[in-house]
Design a protein around this ligand. Sequence first.
Ligand code: IMP
Length: 424
Amino acid sequence: MNRILIGAQWGDEGKGKIIDILSRKSDIIVRYQGGNNAGHTVKFDDQTHILHLIPSGILHKDKVCVIGNGVVIDPAAFFKEVDVLEKKGIRVKGRLFVSEQAHLILPHHRLMDCLREEDAKKGEQIGTTKKGIGPCYADKMARVGIRVGDLRNLPYFKERLEAVLKERNEILRKIYKHPGLSFKEVLAECLSTRSRLLEYSIDTPSYLFSASRKGKSLLFEGAQGTLLDVDHGTYPFVTSSNASVGGAITGSGVSPTLIDRVIGVVKAYTTRVGEGPFPSQFPAALMKEIQKKGDEFGSTTGRPRRCGWFDALIVRHSVRINGLDEMALMKLDVLSGLPELKIAVAYELDGKTYGDFPPSSCDFARVKPVYETMKGWKEDLTHVKRWKDLPANARKYLKRLERLMETPIRMISVGSKRSQTVIL
Ligand code: IMP
């Protein structure tokens, strides 16, 4: 069984916990897009692990993990994570492979990401994680990127690096009034991790194809969420990769004909970190309350996440884009104690009502949500194990969400531990 797990909102849905559960029935866990901008929090053996680049499946001793060609890799960040895991006694070497075709995040990418954000006018900032993700993907598309496998051929690597740095330095000096980066220093940084990184690198598409032919089951671990997808999200306030289902295919080299199921992950409410429109955002007091109750602070940057009511239109958009077969719904427990719950069921724009997420960014920035209101529940849900033990109003809320999402909910999370999950 080959499954893809996708965030169906703006990321931070709680994918780490579901990947951890699904990893048990998978042989190989594959990351296919994004980089160390992601942050997957997993509680495992009474320890909390935050993984940014390495698939969460690494926490299971007998699993193999793959970082696919669609991922962008900052070698220093990669080895920081490897070292933390190994220090905790989790063996990584020999069961973690990196694609030769994955692009490298280099010092000028990180620098450009920071300078662009600092230079942008208010309202034009993306609120990036400043990890160099956007500039690295931009180089990939402009065909001037440098890939992991290029490190094998040192003269070729040096030549490409020198050429791209020359051009970037011109931009840094002329546009950002920055002195530029020294080729010698950037090269030294790359060489410091070169041989170690090459030990992890293989031809991942071939590896995954033959593993799948031998009957191994693959789990594709999405990072970020569909509304942050560069094509299908709330452009330009998105990340620079395809966080929706297509990214799993191009970012791993595995054919769609080999995929059996696509699973979506949603929070019982909505959150967003970084800039960009958010129609169902809570008023300030409620936002503070939910941020605190739900521990809504970014695991990569520590920034508080904006919080809001469940927006059925953005999730239905995700269901359609990804062809989601089922949903895992997270953090239902956080809503306990609210007297009433709102759900955005339509948008209003220029006096008209719309039932679907609009393709135009300008329209999305101006929509006002139309809410449906439901009664809340007081009970603490963190000990609930079965559907029938959920309060009646919680069940009604979930049933309504299922209808609005046009997709069945198969897992409900009521706490961060693996045991705090209702499986339907
Ligand atoms: P970038 O991916 O660092 O370029 O940031 C682009 C946008 O995506 C910003 O709004 C970030 O806050 C957001 N973003 C990137 N990674 C994540 C994530 O893992 N969870 C939630 N938001 C993210």
